[in-house]
Design a protein around this ligand. Sequence first.
Ligand SMILES: [Zn+2]
Length: 193
Amino acid sequence: MAIHPIVVYGEPVLHRKADPVTEFGDELHTLVADMFETLAASNGVGLAAPQIGVGKQIYVYDADDEVAGVRRRGVFINPVLVASKVPTTNPDPSEDTEGCLSVPALDYPLKRADKVTVTGVDENNQRVSLSVEGWFARIMQHEFDHLQGTLYVDRLDTRWAKRWKKEQKKHGYNVPGNSWLPGTDPDPFGHGQ
Ligand SMILES: [Zn+2]
């Protein structure tokens, strides 16, 4: 297994729709194991394949689901997501803040649907399904978005988008070629230190 560098906003693979997985052999198994290892090293809660430069419809997650009172860890390949309505109220910085390993050191508030159901397959091509609420539903929407070529900062409302545009330039997140290596480079969100 290996920890992979995480590519940053501006890298083309993040901004196009990922390809469906068609081969479920050893190569895929290694990739999924590497994604779990990279996720753990990054102190994140979810990681999509495009974030390690692989344009395939795969994401992994590993986090506590506080609504259900359980820890959830798993993989979705070729997923379909059904969500409840996204509230039209303004996002609350104390409740709705989101971050992304591919947008290091920044976070912004964004409204998400409260309930989702995701269905797909795992690395053995076995059907998997998950219905979750609240924060965990946010993780599912965030990771699913990655496979469509959408990052959470692309969804910000006018007010927060303005701030993002400023910070984006300042950090150089508007050009390809940036990445960071979890476990080696300093944690951009100050986690796990
Ligand atoms: Zn992300």
